[in-house]
Design a protein around this ligand. Structure first.
Ligand SMILES: C[S@@+](CC[C@H](N)C(=O)[O-])C[C@H]1O[C@@H](n2cnc3c(N)ncnc32)[C@H](O)[C@@H]1O
Length: 122
């Protein structure tokens, strides 16, 4: 609720100032290297039954194009199972010049969902 209230209080000013820009993975409307960090919360890996491993990889590659670091949380599906895409996506990124780390975090919204993926260029 606190996060929602903070967002709603900022939304009109943020739109006027051009800080809220619509976009849709796997293609983002930003130039390369525009951001320090890109976050995906409760989207990638959560909808593994609806979105393919290829979509996940393309989405993460696009986030890595526009940002120096990518973080994804949590790493579970809607059924609270470990995502079936996680291993192959991580392996592909690790074999293509990225440092890929799964970190435990103290926040757990979904039961068992206390892991975050952190990806950076090596
Ligand atoms: C479960 S909500 C999570 C919202 C918020 N990130 C959070 O953690 O509370 C999933 C979000 O994914 C967004 N979404 C759906 N398809 C998307 C796409 N192709 N690219 C980027 N975001 C997408 C939806 O608009 C929605 O806001």
């Amino acid at each position: 609720m606190s996060a929602m209230e903070t967002f709603l209080a900022d939304f009109d000013a943020g739109k006027d100032e051009g800080r809220y820009i619509p976009g849709e993975l796997p293609s983002l409307p930003f130039e390369g290297g525009k951001f320090d960090i890109a976050l995906s919360s409760h989207f990638l890996f959560l909808y593994s039954a609806h979105l393919s491993a290829e979509f996940h990889l393309r989405a993460l590659q696009e986030m890595l194009r526009v940002s120096r670091e990518v973080r994804v949380f949590p790493l579970l599906t809607l059924d609270s199972a470990s995502s079936p895409h996680l291993h192959c996506v991580n392996e592909h990124l690790a074999n293509n010049g990225f440092d890929v780390e799964v970190k435990h975090v103290p926040y757990e919204f979904q039961q068992g969902g206390n892991e975050m993926l952190v990806i950076k260029p090596v």
